[in-house]
Write a protein that binds this ligand. Structure first.
Ligand code: FE
Length: 184
């Protein structure tokens, strides 16, 4: 019987799609995931947030859109599909909700911090447009009242940092173990 546990499925997704480029950047999907998890771990985050950082873009790997779909004007809504996929796989809200919110977190940061917008990569600016642009005032307030608001903003920071060519990180197996430790 083939192993269909969520962790094997995650390993399979990265084996199959991890070498694909992270759209518009100079790192692969796997490098991006490992770097985000690495920065979260270095910052002393909980195992749940380290797992969230590893898996925040899994929605890019589970959908069937072209990797450059943003250039075609398509928002793949990977934050929602990824969070749903992980919820069904048994991950708790400490993992799924910061992931679901990592795009709203970008829209939030663009609304409250103009310097943040300025440092976004070209690809990230393009996807921002497709994702609805900066949040308006009432959405900013609503976002701040979400219990996972702060974790989502921190995750967003690790996401932004995780685009460095050639950065050394621990291997996928290390972070899969972290994910295993928080899987209910
Ligand atoms: Fe990302």
């Amino acid at each position: 019987m083939s192993d269909t546990s969520p962790l094997s499925e995650i390993r399979r997704l990265y084996a199959q799609h991890g070498a694909g480029m992270y759209a518009g950047e100079l790192v692969t999907q796997l490098e991006h995931a490992l770097q985000a998890a690495h920065f979260a771990e270095q910052a002393g985050e909980s195992s749940s947030l380290v797992a969230a950082a590893l898996l925040h873009d899994i929605g890019h790997l589970t959908h069937s859109f072209d990797e450059n779909c943003a250039e075609q004007g398509i928002d793949d809504e990977h934050e929602a599909t990824g969070a749903e996929w992980l919820h069904e796989a048994g991950f708790n809200p400490e993992v799924t909700e910061p992931i679901r919110l990592h795009v709203p977190a970008k829209r939030y940061l663009c609304a409250v911090d103009s310097a943040y917008f300025e440092q976004l990569s070209a690809a990230s600016r393009l996807s921002l447009k497709l994702q609805g642009g900066p949040l308006d005032d009432s959405s900013v307030e609503r976002f701040r009242s979400n219990p996972f608001f702060e974790a989502a903003v921190r995750l967003r920071g690790y996401d932004e940092q995780a685009k460095q060519v050639g950065l050394k990180t621990p291997p996928l197996s290390h972070f899969i173990e972290v994910a295993a430790s928080v899987l209910s």
